[in-house]
Design a protein around this ligand. Sequence first.
Ligand SMILES: Cc1cc2nc3c(=O)[nH]c(=O)nc-3n(C[C@H](O)[C@H](O)[C@H](O)COP(=O)(O)OP(=O)(O)OC[C@H]3O[C@@H](n4cnc5c(N)ncnc54)[C@H](O)[C@@H]3O)c2cc1C
Length: 411
Amino acid sequence: MNLSPIPRARYDAVVGGARVAGAATALLLARAGLRVLVVDRSRRGSDTLSTHALMRAGVMQLHRWEVLPRLLAAGTPPIRRTTFHYGSEPVVVDIKDRDGVDALFAPRRTLLDVVLADAAVESGAQVLYGTTVKEILRGPAGRVQGVLLTDEVGRHHRVEADMVIGADGARSTVGRAVGARVLAEGKYPGSYIYAYWQGLELDGTHWYYAPGVAAGAIPTNERLSCVFVGMPPSRYRVQPAESLDALFQQLALECHPGLARALGGARRVGKYYPFAGRAGFLRQPWGEGWALVGDAGCFKDPITAHGITDALRDAELLARAVIRGTAGALAEYQAARDSFAMEFLELSDRIASFDWDLDDVKELHHRLSRLMARECECVRDFSPLQHTTSGSTADRIGGYRPLGSPVPIPA
Ligand SMILES: Cc1cc2nc3c(=O)[nH]c(=O)nc-3n(C[C@H](O)[C@H](O)[C@H](O)COP(=O)(O)OP(=O)(O)OC[C@H]3O[C@@H](n4cnc5c(N)ncnc54)[C@H](O)[C@@H]3O)c2cc1C
Protein backbone atom coordinates (compact mmCIF):
# COMPACT_ATOMS: atom_id res chain seq x y z
CA MET A 1 0.00 0.00 0.00
CA ASN A 2 1.26 3.52 -0.85
CA LEU A 3 1.19 5.61 2.30
CA SER A 4 0.22 9.24 1.81
CA PRO A 5 3.08 11.75 2.19
CA ILE A 6 3.88 13.05 5.65
CA PRO A 7 3.09 16.76 6.03
CA ARG A 8 5.86 19.09 7.10
CA ALA A 9 5.94 20.27 10.71
CA ARG A 10 5.20 23.90 9.86
CA TYR A 11 3.37 25.94 7.17
CA ASP A 12 2.31 29.53 6.71
CA ALA A 13 -1.30 28.34 6.38
CA VAL A 14 -3.13 25.06 6.87
CA VAL A 15 -6.53 24.78 5.18
CA GLY A 16 -9.11 22.19 6.25
CA GLY A 17 -11.31 21.30 3.25
CA ALA A 18 -10.13 21.05 -0.39
CA ARG A 19 -13.26 21.91 -2.33
CA VAL A 20 -14.27 25.26 -3.79
CA ALA A 21 -13.52 27.42 -0.74
CA GLY A 22 -10.41 25.62 0.48
CA ALA A 23 -8.79 24.84 -2.87
CA ALA A 24 -9.38 28.40 -4.15
CA THR A 25 -7.95 29.98 -0.99
CA ALA A 26 -4.93 27.66 -1.14
CA LEU A 27 -4.40 28.42 -4.82
CA LEU A 28 -4.25 32.16 -4.16
CA LEU A 29 -2.05 31.87 -1.06
CA ALA A 30 0.35 29.52 -2.83
CA ARG A 31 0.56 31.81 -5.85
CA ALA A 32 1.55 34.60 -3.47
CA GLY A 33 4.38 32.42 -2.22
CA LEU A 34 3.02 31.12 1.08
CA ARG A 35 3.72 27.56 2.17
CA VAL A 36 0.24 26.04 2.24
CA LEU A 37 -1.08 22.65 3.28
CA VAL A 38 -4.66 21.68 2.34
CA VAL A 39 -6.26 18.56 3.78
CA ASP A 40 -9.59 16.95 3.03
CA ARG A 41 -11.02 13.88 4.64
CA SER A 42 -12.75 12.89 1.39
CA ARG A 43 -11.21 11.26 -1.70
CA ARG A 44 -9.87 13.27 -4.64
CA GLY A 45 -12.64 13.65 -7.21
CA SER A 46 -15.45 12.53 -4.91
CA ASP A 47 -18.87 14.12 -5.34
CA THR A 48 -20.69 16.19 -2.76
CA LEU A 49 -24.36 16.97 -2.17
CA SER A 50 -24.77 20.04 -4.37
CA THR A 51 -26.20 21.16 -7.64
CA HIS A 52 -23.58 23.37 -9.22
CA ALA A 53 -24.79 26.45 -11.10
CA LEU A 54 -22.19 29.21 -11.08
CA MET A 55 -23.21 32.85 -11.17
CA ARG A 56 -21.33 35.51 -13.17
CA ALA A 57 -18.97 36.59 -10.36
CA GLY A 58 -17.91 32.96 -9.86
CA VAL A 59 -17.19 32.51 -13.55
CA MET A 60 -15.25 35.80 -13.53
CA GLN A 61 -13.06 34.43 -10.73
CA LEU A 62 -12.36 31.19 -12.57
CA HIS A 63 -11.51 33.21 -15.66
CA ARG A 64 -9.17 35.55 -13.75
CA TRP A 65 -7.43 32.60 -12.08
CA GLU A 66 -6.95 30.95 -15.51
CA VAL A 67 -8.71 27.74 -14.55
CA LEU A 68 -11.75 28.17 -16.82
CA PRO A 69 -9.96 26.62 -19.86
CA ARG A 70 -9.65 23.34 -17.93
CA LEU A 71 -13.40 23.23 -17.34
CA LEU A 72 -14.01 23.92 -21.03
CA ALA A 73 -11.49 21.25 -22.04
CA ALA A 74 -13.44 18.77 -19.89
CA GLY A 75 -16.54 19.49 -21.98
CA THR A 76 -18.42 21.78 -19.58
CA PRO A 77 -21.13 23.35 -21.76
CA PRO A 78 -21.41 27.15 -21.93
CA ILE A 79 -24.76 28.51 -20.76
CA ARG A 80 -25.73 31.58 -22.78
CA ARG A 81 -29.32 32.05 -21.68
CA THR A 82 -31.28 31.88 -18.43
CA THR A 83 -35.08 31.65 -18.36
CA PHE A 84 -37.10 32.37 -15.23
CA HIS A 85 -40.61 30.87 -15.34
CA TYR A 86 -43.03 32.64 -12.97
CA GLY A 87 -45.95 30.27 -13.31
CA SER A 88 -46.59 30.26 -17.07
CA GLU A 89 -44.79 33.60 -17.66
CA PRO A 90 -41.25 33.18 -19.03
CA VAL A 91 -38.64 35.92 -18.53
CA VAL A 92 -35.60 35.34 -20.74
CA VAL A 93 -32.19 36.78 -19.86
CA ASP A 94 -29.34 36.45 -22.36
CA ILE A 95 -25.88 36.30 -20.83
CA LYS A 96 -23.92 39.41 -21.76
CA ASP A 97 -20.33 39.32 -23.00
CA ARG A 98 -18.56 41.33 -20.29
CA ASP A 99 -15.32 41.13 -18.30
CA GLY A 100 -14.05 38.32 -20.48
CA VAL A 101 -17.10 36.20 -19.62
CA ASP A 102 -19.71 35.48 -22.30
CA ALA A 103 -21.33 32.42 -20.70
CA LEU A 104 -22.13 30.84 -17.38
CA PHE A 105 -21.18 27.25 -16.44
CA ALA A 106 -22.35 24.50 -14.12
CA PRO A 107 -19.44 22.05 -13.87
CA ARG A 108 -19.90 18.87 -11.83
CA ARG A 109 -18.26 19.15 -8.43
CA THR A 110 -16.24 16.04 -9.26
CA LEU A 111 -14.58 18.25 -11.87
CA LEU A 112 -14.58 21.80 -10.43
CA ASP A 113 -13.18 20.88 -7.02
CA VAL A 114 -10.39 18.81 -8.59
CA VAL A 115 -9.48 21.49 -11.15
CA LEU A 116 -9.09 24.05 -8.34
CA ALA A 117 -7.12 21.68 -6.10
CA ASP A 118 -4.81 20.68 -8.97
CA ALA A 119 -4.22 24.36 -9.77
CA ALA A 120 -3.35 24.91 -6.10
CA VAL A 121 -0.83 22.06 -6.26
CA GLU A 122 0.71 23.46 -9.45
CA SER A 123 1.01 26.80 -7.62
CA GLY A 124 3.00 25.13 -4.84
CA ALA A 125 0.39 24.06 -2.27
CA GLN A 126 0.46 20.55 -0.81
CA VAL A 127 -2.93 18.79 -0.91
CA LEU A 128 -3.56 15.66 1.16
CA TYR A 129 -6.81 13.75 0.71
CA GLY A 130 -8.08 11.19 3.21
CA THR A 131 -6.70 13.45 5.93
CA THR A 132 -8.88 14.88 8.68
CA VAL A 133 -8.47 17.92 10.93
CA LYS A 134 -9.07 16.37 14.35
CA GLU A 135 -8.12 19.16 16.69
CA ILE A 136 -6.92 22.72 16.81
CA LEU A 137 -3.64 23.40 18.61
CA ARG A 138 -3.40 26.55 20.71
CA GLY A 139 -0.46 28.40 22.19
CA PRO A 140 -0.20 29.38 25.86
CA ALA A 141 -2.15 32.63 25.26
CA GLY A 142 -4.93 30.78 23.47
CA ARG A 143 -3.93 31.77 19.96
CA VAL A 144 -4.54 29.04 17.35
CA GLN A 145 -1.14 27.73 16.27
CA GLY A 146 -1.81 24.62 14.26
CA VAL A 147 -3.79 21.43 13.87
CA LEU A 148 -3.70 17.79 14.76
CA LEU A 149 -4.35 15.70 11.64
CA THR A 150 -5.20 12.05 11.16
CA ASP A 151 -4.30 10.54 7.80
CA GLU A 152 -5.98 7.74 5.89
CA VAL A 153 -4.05 5.01 7.72
CA GLY A 154 -4.71 6.51 11.13
CA ARG A 155 -1.36 8.20 11.69
CA HIS A 156 -1.49 11.46 13.65
CA HIS A 157 0.46 14.53 12.55
CA ARG A 158 1.02 17.71 14.53
CA VAL A 159 1.33 20.62 12.16
CA GLU A 160 2.02 24.21 13.16
CA ALA A 161 0.82 27.16 11.11
CA ASP A 162 0.53 30.95 11.36
CA MET A 163 -3.01 30.62 10.07
CA VAL A 164 -5.52 27.77 10.30
CA ILE A 165 -8.30 28.15 7.74
CA GLY A 166 -11.56 26.25 8.07
CA ALA A 167 -12.98 25.60 4.60
CA ASP A 168 -14.55 22.44 5.91
CA GLY A 169 -18.19 23.02 5.12
CA ALA A 170 -21.32 23.85 7.10
CA ARG A 171 -20.46 21.44 9.93
CA SER A 172 -16.99 22.93 10.18
CA THR A 173 -14.72 21.18 12.68
CA VAL A 174 -12.49 24.26 12.73
CA GLY A 175 -15.46 26.59 13.34
CA ARG A 176 -16.60 24.45 16.25
CA ALA A 177 -13.12 24.05 17.73
CA VAL A 178 -12.45 27.81 17.73
CA GLY A 179 -15.95 28.56 19.04
CA ALA A 180 -16.88 30.84 16.11
CA ARG A 181 -19.94 32.83 17.15
CA VAL A 182 -23.12 32.68 15.09
CA LEU A 183 -23.84 36.25 13.92
CA ALA A 184 -27.10 35.66 12.03
CA GLU A 185 -29.42 32.74 11.36
CA GLY A 186 -31.99 31.90 8.72
CA LYS A 187 -35.39 30.57 9.69
CA TYR A 188 -36.51 28.60 6.66
CA PRO A 189 -34.63 25.55 5.45
CA GLY A 190 -36.03 24.40 2.10
CA SER A 191 -35.98 20.74 1.04
CA TYR A 192 -34.65 19.64 -2.35
CA ILE A 193 -34.39 16.57 -4.55
CA TYR A 194 -32.20 16.51 -7.64
CA ALA A 195 -31.09 14.05 -10.30
CA TYR A 196 -29.27 13.97 -13.66
CA TRP A 197 -31.19 13.55 -16.93
CA GLN A 198 -30.12 12.68 -20.45
CA GLY A 199 -32.02 14.00 -23.47
CA LEU A 200 -33.44 17.28 -22.12
CA GLU A 201 -31.53 19.37 -24.73
CA LEU A 202 -31.83 22.62 -22.74
CA ASP A 203 -31.28 26.00 -24.42
CA GLY A 204 -29.76 27.31 -21.18
CA THR A 205 -30.66 27.26 -17.50
CA HIS A 206 -34.35 27.27 -16.53
CA TRP A 207 -35.62 28.28 -13.09
CA TYR A 208 -39.30 27.59 -12.27
CA TYR A 209 -41.51 29.10 -9.55
CA ALA A 210 -45.11 28.31 -8.69
CA PRO A 211 -46.94 28.75 -5.36
CA GLY A 212 -45.20 26.58 -2.75
CA VAL A 213 -42.72 24.94 -5.15
CA ALA A 214 -39.62 25.68 -7.22
CA ALA A 215 -37.48 23.79 -9.70
CA GLY A 216 -34.46 24.24 -11.93
CA ALA A 217 -32.89 22.57 -14.95
CA ILE A 218 -29.17 23.19 -15.45
CA PRO A 219 -26.99 21.91 -18.33
CA THR A 220 -23.81 20.21 -17.11
CA ASN A 221 -21.02 17.86 -18.21
CA GLU A 222 -21.48 14.67 -20.25
CA ARG A 223 -24.56 16.09 -22.02
CA LEU A 224 -26.55 15.71 -18.81
CA SER A 225 -28.93 18.16 -17.16
CA CYS A 226 -29.13 18.54 -13.41
CA VAL A 227 -32.81 18.96 -12.48
CA PHE A 228 -33.97 19.82 -8.96
CA VAL A 229 -37.28 20.41 -7.27
CA GLY A 230 -37.65 22.41 -4.05
CA MET A 231 -40.37 22.53 -1.43
CA PRO A 232 -41.00 23.55 2.17
CA PRO A 233 -39.98 20.83 4.67
CA SER A 234 -43.67 20.27 5.51
CA ARG A 235 -44.00 18.59 2.09
CA TYR A 236 -40.78 16.66 2.39
CA ARG A 237 -40.76 13.62 4.56
CA VAL A 238 -37.78 11.31 4.72
CA GLN A 239 -38.66 9.31 1.67
CA PRO A 240 -37.86 5.71 0.99
CA ALA A 241 -35.69 5.82 -2.16
CA GLU A 242 -38.43 4.26 -4.32
CA SER A 243 -40.97 7.01 -3.55
CA LEU A 244 -38.66 9.92 -4.39
CA ASP A 245 -39.56 9.58 -8.07
CA ALA A 246 -43.29 10.14 -7.45
CA LEU A 247 -42.66 13.23 -5.29
CA PHE A 248 -40.14 14.61 -7.81
CA GLN A 249 -42.49 14.16 -10.77
CA GLN A 250 -45.44 15.63 -8.84
CA LEU A 251 -43.47 18.76 -7.91
CA ALA A 252 -42.11 19.16 -11.45
CA LEU A 253 -45.71 19.05 -12.74
CA GLU A 254 -46.91 21.59 -10.15
CA CYS A 255 -44.02 23.88 -11.06
CA HIS A 256 -44.45 23.78 -14.83
CA PRO A 257 -46.27 21.25 -17.03
CA GLY A 258 -43.63 21.87 -19.74
CA LEU A 259 -40.88 20.68 -17.37
CA ALA A 260 -42.87 17.55 -16.47
CA ARG A 261 -43.42 16.81 -20.19
CA ALA A 262 -39.75 17.31 -21.01
CA LEU A 263 -38.75 14.94 -18.19
CA GLY A 264 -41.22 12.38 -19.58
CA GLY A 265 -39.23 12.35 -22.83
CA ALA A 266 -35.83 12.16 -21.10
CA ARG A 267 -33.94 9.44 -19.23
CA ARG A 268 -32.78 9.73 -15.64
CA VAL A 269 -29.13 8.71 -15.19
CA GLY A 270 -28.37 7.54 -11.66
CA LYS A 271 -30.17 8.03 -8.40
CA TYR A 272 -32.13 10.87 -6.82
CA TYR A 273 -30.20 13.04 -4.33
CA PRO A 274 -32.45 14.26 -1.50
CA PHE A 275 -31.50 17.16 0.80
CA ALA A 276 -33.89 17.60 3.74
CA GLY A 277 -32.64 21.14 4.42
CA ARG A 278 -30.51 23.21 6.77
CA ALA A 279 -31.25 26.71 8.05
CA GLY A 280 -28.77 29.36 6.94
CA PHE A 281 -26.22 30.92 9.27
CA LEU A 282 -23.41 33.43 9.34
CA ARG A 283 -20.46 32.76 11.64
CA GLN A 284 -17.71 35.03 12.91
CA PRO A 285 -15.06 34.31 10.23
CA TRP A 286 -11.78 35.07 11.98
CA GLY A 287 -9.93 35.29 15.26
CA GLU A 288 -6.38 34.94 16.50
CA GLY A 289 -4.65 32.51 14.19
CA TRP A 290 -7.80 31.25 12.44
CA ALA A 291 -10.30 32.10 9.71
CA LEU A 292 -13.35 30.50 8.09
CA VAL A 293 -14.32 30.64 4.43
CA GLY A 294 -17.11 29.15 2.29
CA ASP A 295 -19.93 27.23 3.96
CA ALA A 296 -17.85 26.95 7.14
CA GLY A 297 -18.45 30.66 7.67
CA CYS A 298 -21.76 31.17 5.92
CA PHE A 299 -24.36 28.69 4.74
CA LYS A 300 -27.41 29.83 2.79
CA ASP A 301 -30.34 27.84 1.60
CA PRO A 302 -29.38 26.58 -1.89
CA ILE A 303 -32.51 28.04 -3.56
CA THR A 304 -30.42 31.00 -4.79
CA ALA A 305 -27.64 28.70 -6.11
CA HIS A 306 -24.98 31.05 -4.83
CA GLY A 307 -22.82 29.08 -2.34
CA ILE A 308 -20.05 28.23 -4.80
CA THR A 309 -19.87 31.77 -6.18
CA ASP A 310 -19.75 33.10 -2.59
CA ALA A 311 -16.97 30.65 -1.74
CA LEU A 312 -14.86 31.78 -4.72
CA ARG A 313 -15.38 35.48 -3.91
CA ASP A 314 -14.61 35.03 -0.22
CA ALA A 315 -11.57 32.85 -0.95
CA GLU A 316 -10.02 35.86 -2.66
CA LEU A 317 -11.11 38.32 0.04
CA LEU A 318 -9.60 36.03 2.69
CA ALA A 319 -6.40 35.26 0.76
CA ARG A 320 -5.76 38.99 0.35
CA ALA A 321 -6.28 39.52 4.09
CA VAL A 322 -3.97 36.64 5.06
CA ILE A 323 -1.29 37.94 2.69
CA ARG A 324 -1.51 41.40 4.28
CA GLY A 325 -1.10 39.58 7.56
CA THR A 326 -2.78 41.91 10.05
CA ALA A 327 -5.85 41.58 12.23
CA GLY A 328 -7.12 44.77 10.58
CA ALA A 329 -6.98 43.04 7.21
CA LEU A 330 -9.00 40.14 8.60
CA ALA A 331 -11.56 42.56 10.02
CA GLU A 332 -11.83 44.04 6.51
CA TYR A 333 -12.32 40.52 5.15
CA GLN A 334 -15.24 40.08 7.49
CA ALA A 335 -16.74 43.46 6.59
CA ALA A 336 -16.47 42.76 2.86
CA ARG A 337 -17.86 39.23 3.23
CA ASP A 338 -20.75 40.38 5.39
CA SER A 339 -21.65 43.21 3.03
CA PHE A 340 -22.69 40.44 0.62
CA ALA A 341 -23.41 37.52 2.91
CA MET A 342 -26.03 39.23 5.08
CA GLU A 343 -28.23 40.10 2.11
CA PHE A 344 -27.69 36.78 0.30
CA LEU A 345 -28.63 35.03 3.54
CA GLU A 346 -31.77 37.14 3.95
CA LEU A 347 -32.89 36.75 0.32
CA SER A 348 -32.19 33.00 0.25
CA ASP A 349 -34.12 32.60 3.47
CA ARG A 350 -37.11 34.53 2.17
CA ILE A 351 -37.28 32.56 -1.06
CA ALA A 352 -36.75 29.27 0.83
CA SER A 353 -39.74 30.11 3.04
CA PHE A 354 -41.95 29.38 0.01
CA ASP A 355 -44.22 31.96 1.61
CA TRP A 356 -44.51 34.21 -1.47
CA ASP A 357 -46.65 34.84 -4.50
CA LEU A 358 -45.13 35.21 -7.95
CA ASP A 359 -44.86 39.02 -7.71
CA ASP A 360 -43.01 38.68 -4.40
CA VAL A 361 -40.51 36.19 -5.78
CA LYS A 362 -39.93 38.38 -8.83
CA GLU A 363 -39.16 41.34 -6.56
CA LEU A 364 -36.79 39.18 -4.47
CA HIS A 365 -35.04 38.21 -7.73
CA HIS A 366 -34.66 41.87 -8.68
CA ARG A 367 -32.93 42.46 -5.35
CA LEU A 368 -30.73 39.42 -5.95
CA SER A 369 -29.84 40.71 -9.39
CA ARG A 370 -28.77 44.12 -7.97
CA LEU A 371 -26.71 42.37 -5.29
CA MET A 372 -25.03 40.16 -7.89
CA ALA A 373 -24.20 43.24 -10.00
CA ARG A 374 -22.44 44.74 -6.95
CA GLU A 375 -20.66 41.44 -6.39
CA CYS A 376 -19.39 41.49 -10.00
CA GLU A 377 -18.05 45.01 -9.41
CA CYS A 378 -16.21 43.79 -6.31
CA VAL A 379 -14.61 40.91 -8.22
CA ARG A 380 -13.82 43.14 -11.23
CA ASP A 381 -11.99 45.57 -8.93
CA PHE A 382 -9.61 42.95 -7.50
CA SER A 383 -6.12 43.91 -8.61
CA PRO A 384 -4.07 40.94 -9.87
CA LEU A 385 -2.41 38.99 -7.05
CA GLN A 386 1.30 38.71 -7.68
CA HIS A 387 2.53 35.27 -8.73
CA THR A 388 5.88 34.65 -7.04
CA THR A 389 7.95 31.51 -6.95
CA SER A 390 11.34 32.30 -5.48
CA GLY A 391 13.01 33.87 -2.46
CA SER A 392 12.06 33.60 1.19
CA THR A 393 8.41 33.67 2.17
CA ALA A 394 8.69 37.22 3.52
CA ASP A 395 10.49 38.44 0.38
CA ARG A 396 8.01 36.75 -1.92
CA ILE A 397 4.93 38.29 -0.46
CA GLY A 398 6.39 41.66 0.29
CA GLY A 399 6.45 41.91 4.03
CA TYR A 400 4.22 39.07 5.14
CA ARG A 401 4.51 38.47 8.84
CA PRO A 402 2.65 36.32 11.32
CA LEU A 403 -0.52 38.02 12.47
CA GLY A 404 0.23 40.41 15.28
CA SER A 405 -3.32 41.49 16.21
CA PRO A 406 -2.82 45.24 16.64
CA VAL A 407 -6.57 45.61 16.09
CA PRO A 408 -8.85 44.17 18.80
CA ILE A 409 -10.83 41.10 17.83
CA PRO A 410 -14.57 41.85 17.92
CA ALA A 411 -16.21 40.59 21.13
C1 LIG B 1 -28.76 20.49 -2.36
C2 LIG B 1 -27.77 21.59 -2.59
C3 LIG B 1 -27.72 22.25 -3.80
C4 LIG B 1 -26.80 23.28 -4.01
N1 LIG B 1 -26.76 23.90 -5.22
C5 LIG B 1 -25.88 24.90 -5.44
C6 LIG B 1 -25.79 25.54 -6.71
O1 LIG B 1 -26.48 25.20 -7.67
N2 LIG B 1 -24.89 26.55 -6.86
C7 LIG B 1 -24.10 26.96 -5.83
O2 LIG B 1 -23.33 27.90 -6.01
N3 LIG B 1 -24.15 26.37 -4.62
C8 LIG B 1 -25.01 25.35 -4.41
N4 LIG B 1 -25.06 24.73 -3.20
C9 LIG B 1 -24.15 25.22 -2.13
C10 LIG B 1 -22.73 24.69 -2.36
O3 LIG B 1 -22.75 23.30 -2.48
C11 LIG B 1 -21.85 25.09 -1.17
O4 LIG B 1 -21.99 26.46 -0.92
C12 LIG B 1 -20.38 24.77 -1.46
O5 LIG B 1 -20.22 23.38 -1.59
C13 LIG B 1 -19.48 25.28 -0.36
O6 LIG B 1 -18.18 24.88 -0.63
P1 LIG B 1 -17.11 24.73 0.54
O7 LIG B 1 -15.81 24.45 -0.13
O8 LIG B 1 -17.24 25.87 1.47
O9 LIG B 1 -17.60 23.47 1.39
P2 LIG B 1 -17.90 21.97 0.98
O10 LIG B 1 -18.20 21.85 -0.46
O11 LIG B 1 -18.91 21.49 1.97
O12 LIG B 1 -16.51 21.22 1.24
C14 LIG B 1 -16.02 21.04 2.53
C15 LIG B 1 -14.96 19.95 2.48
O13 LIG B 1 -14.37 19.88 3.79
C16 LIG B 1 -14.12 18.53 4.08
N5 LIG B 1 -14.06 18.39 5.53
C17 LIG B 1 -15.07 18.54 6.43
N6 LIG B 1 -14.60 18.37 7.69
C18 LIG B 1 -13.27 18.10 7.57
C19 LIG B 1 -12.25 17.84 8.52
N7 LIG B 1 -12.48 17.82 9.85
N8 LIG B 1 -10.99 17.60 8.06
C20 LIG B 1 -10.73 17.60 6.72
N9 LIG B 1 -11.67 17.85 5.78
C21 LIG B 1 -12.93 18.11 6.21
C22 LIG B 1 -15.27 17.77 3.47
O14 LIG B 1 -14.87 16.42 3.20
C23 LIG B 1 -15.52 18.57 2.17
O15 LIG B 1 -14.81 18.00 1.10
C24 LIG B 1 -25.94 23.68 -2.95
C25 LIG B 1 -25.99 23.01 -1.73
C26 LIG B 1 -26.88 21.99 -1.54
C27 LIG B 1 -26.91 21.28 -0.21
